[in-house]
Design a protein around this ligand. Sequence first.
Ligand SMILES: Nc1nc2c([nH]c(=O)n2[C@@H]2O[C@H](COP(=O)(O)OP(=O)(O)OP(=O)(O)O)[C@@H](O)[C@H]2O)c(=O)[nH]1
Length: 141
Amino acid sequence: MTSSPVLLVVAAALVDAAGRVLVQQRPEGRAMAGLWEFPGGKVEPGETPEAALVRELAEELGIAVAPGDCRPLTFASAGLDRAHLLLLLYTIDHWQGTPAAIEAAGMAWHRPAALRGLAMPPADVPLVEALVAQLGDDPAA
Ligand SMILES: Nc1nc2c([nH]c(=O)n2[C@@H]2O[C@H](COP(=O)(O)OP(=O)(O)OP(=O)(O)O)[C@@H](O)[C@H]2O)c(=O)[nH]1
């Protein structure tokens, strides 16, 4: 039987007052370059998932988030090349600062239904549907 290590990743759907969600574009030189994704990253040893998410959002977007404002929404479980991805998605609607694409090639705000038209990693497809179910499905709202 083959086994692959589990890669624990946390990601955030930042939701603004208009119900739009922030996505960012993976930069050149990284795996899956050019794809749009939710900000986040790997949970380091000894970190709680929420602490990892708070750290990643500060590093990637320059915003401050309280761990208690990270609300679990759903998760994805998917095979990657050399690992098995377990991706925990949170929604966050309170933060301090203005998100900026510090590490990403770009960032954009979209209504959840409009995310269906973006090139995203395969694991994100069911995550988008969970967001549509939670936040509504009008792409123009
Ligand atoms: N952040 C994020 N990662 C995702 C998403 N979907 C998805 O499959 N992933 C995968 O989850 C893993 C996260 O790795 P990462 O490279 O963003 O994490 P990191 O910032 O800690 O990476 P690094 O320290 O190696 O630079 C990658 O394999 C990435 O492709 C998503 O929506 N957001």
